[in-house]
Design a protein around this ligand. Structure first.
Ligand SMILES: [Zn+2]
Length: 366
């Protein structure tokens, strides 16, 4: 591993660059990797691309990850994911104690050396749209599409099938993979190749988007907002932190829109509360909690704006920016026939997904 210093430094630099760019990465999401024939270096679960250093990547043995494709795993969900996780942990090199990204198997699938996996709003404008795969084929004919499915092992199996079929049909390795209601994978043997591919995709999408989401902050009545903050905070928790924002796109958003991607559920919950008046708030809040079994992290107030709650500044702020991302994605879907949310079975799966909730806790420093 002594000879890998230059490559890992390049991986860290690439990770930091995209991790710091909010057009690509939000809330500790996304992951990157580098590989040689023997080892895979992948972002650890819960670490952040913006600040990751060369020595922070989790090191795994590729032969052990490859062997997972011929293993048989339990049909039952919890048992299967636990067994897969155990094998992934066992694939780490000796002395490695950190937990690799849940998307590690996918990173190992690509033969290319450098991988960038992100969930940009403009990309998800396509992957969360009605046209979806058809729009991708039109704009990126050499890319591979994967329908929305359960994350973790099932997603990796699904991707392997599609990537193998692509290789069989074209004789080439897939270097661009779109995941419905999720995000995108870029692959290249150099960082420059990955960057060129990412720029090509972002520029192409920017070229077909007819209307940019209007996220320009608007003026509001601070006294009114403070009153709402106090009331919402009291309902959320004793030590609640409540943030507020308003922009034309927030006011135009339909709060009944279903969840678009796993990140949105992990950080902003599957459902958001919508209310009209302060007097209505306690009853609407109680009904919401009774129906969903959790307190809303996001509260939309008609004509006023959006409130985000947490028990820390970071939790509230993360909920806010992730919800704003969902609102942006919805606006971008207009270029691709309108919004197409995640199927209900997937929404339920994510709500109960242990691996993702682990990520949410680590990202928030809990
Ligand atoms: Zn992802």
């Amino acid at each position: 591993m002594v000879n890998e210093a230059t490559q890992l430094a390049a991986l860290a630099a690439m990770s930091n660059r995209y991790g710091a760019d909010s057009a690509y990465v939000l809330a500790g999401g996304g992951n990157t990797s580098y590989k040689n024939d023997k080892n895979l270096w992948v972002k650890g679960s819960g670490t952040s691309l913006a600040t990751i250093k060369a020595e922070d990547f989790v090191v795994l043995e590729r032969s052990k990850l490859d062997a997972m494709w011929s293993a048989t795993y339990p049909e039952e969900e919890a048992a299967r994911e636990a067994a897969v996780l155990a094998d992934m942990m066992a694939a780490r090199v000796e002395g490695e104690s950190r937990r690799p990204s849940v998307e590690t198997l996918l990173h190992n699938l690509f033969p290319q050396k450098y991988i960038l996996h992100v969930h940009p709003a403009i990309v998800n404008g396509l992957t969360c749209s009605v046209e979806a795969a058809a729009a991708m084929e039109r704009l990126f004919p050499a890319a591979v599409w994967v329908d929305a499915c359960k994350p973790g092992y099932i997603l990796a199996v699904e991707c392997k099938e599609k990537m193998d079929a692509y290789k069989a049909a074209t004789g080439k390795d897939c270097d661009l993979l779109f995941l419905q209601n999720h995000g995108i994978f870029f692959a290249g043997d150099t960082v420059e190749q990955v960057q060129a591919l990412a720029s090509h995709v972002m520029d192409t999408l920017q070229g077909v988007v007819t209307k940019e989401p209007d996220m320009e902050p608007m003026a509001y009545d601070a006294a009114v907002v403070d009153q709402w903050k106090a009331e919402i905070g009291k309902l959320f928790a004793d030590n609640a932190v409540v943030e507020f924002t308003v922009c034309p796109q927030v006011l135009a958003y339909d709060p009944a829109t279903k969840s678009l991607s796993p990140d949105h559920i992990v950080y902003a919950k599957a459902k958001q509360l919508a209310v009209k008046t302060l007097t209505q708030l306690p009853e609407s809040y109680a009904t919401f909690v009774a129906e969903n079994g959790y307190k809303p992290k996001i509260v939309f107030v008609e004509g006023l704006g959006m409130f985000a709650c947490g028990t820390s500044q970071q939790e509230a702020h993360t909920a806010l920016i992730v919800m704003l991302d969902a609102i942006k994605v919805v606006a971008y879907t207009e270029a691709f026939g309108g919004v197409s949310a995640m199927p209900d079975f997937l929404i339920d799966f994510i709500i109960n997904w242990e691996v993702e909730s682990y990520r949410s806790k680590v990202s928030l420093g809990k």
